[in-house]
Design a protein around this ligand. Sequence first.
Ligand code: NAD
Length: 360
Amino acid sequence: MEYKVTLIPGDGIGPEIVREARKVLDKVGERFGHTFHYTEILMGGASIDACGVPLTEEAIAKAKAGDSVLLGAVGGNVGQSNWYQLPPDLRPEAGLLKIRKELGLFCNLRPAVLFRQLKNACPLKDELIGDGFDFVVVRELTGGVYFGPRETKTENGIRKAVDTMPYDENEIKRIARWAFDVAMKRNKRVCSVDKANVLDTSRLWRQVVREVSAEYPEVELTDMLVDNCAMQMVKDPRQFDVVLTENMFGDILSDEASMVTGSIGMLASASLGETKLGLYEPSHGSAPDIAGQDKANPIATILSAAMMLRYSFDLIREADAVEEAINRVLDQGFRTIDIMSEGCTLVGTAQMGDRIAAEL
Ligand code: NAD
């Protein structure tokens, strides 16, 4: 098969880590008989320097014309870079918000995987993590309190602010379907997280998710209150497969889930919409402190490319092969500096990419 992949190297370590992911994709193509055609576009600081804006209409059109987008990271050193003297809508990160909006991406997937080889990095006790854990947070991305009507005013000399959290059933249905679809490709368990003991939106959420679950008889659905879920993630992360939740709860829980793995350079993410065209990127930023030094860990970006294979192209065997190759390289003891531990062999960004590609 042939696939059109839009690459956004971005800023900082972005170009280095995207280069390694491309290397791995090419090897997947060679081994499984696919061709990936790449188009590069500028975003973030790189686009500001070249075009004066963080994302041009031309770049958006190119991304829309492709089958999927793979992003490194955007942004610079907030305290030092001139990009941050610009108005907020012209700064590097505005490009990211714009492309998500233009591509209609309402679903964010953040896997939290603790590789058994990196158990040392996990802040949880050994008996809680066993052989490691592997779950994914499915977060609604375009609704809820971050987008609801809000107001700040002064009434009778008292300052007052109000945020509202609207959700309609269609918004809940479409994100729930993504969660069940993801579960069908994993261990077929969805835990829907809400605050149904207090919030009306959560009560509607619970009802609609239950209705959608009828379309997926093979998937087991449970409900959990968000405060309990925050505790369970540090108490027994192995219980989860797919965690489905609304925007603000998902914002908080997906960061908590990332932190319990302890390795920022290993965390992939995907943003998805109604079509197969998704945006795949590592969860970390552009790490300007180590840019251009061959120190960045490319694994989060390579895992993001594996997610692209799995969710945008339905290439499950190929995605599994990439993940297995990463596991083998970690088994052999190769580590970039961020995940380095005693007795392992230190490698740079390019060498890590080479080794993973060679294992395919
Ligand atoms: P960061 O994630 O870039 O870096 C935090 C720390 O983790 C740094 O010490 C960095 O060296 C390290 N690190 C990050 N990724 C790594 C990797 N792959 N390998 C090894 N070490 C890694 O977060 P920050 O410093 O807060 O932000 C830097 C810039 O990135 C800012 O401009 C911020 O706005 C931007 N940012 C962009 C995105 C995105 O593009 N999606 C996300 C977060 C932050």
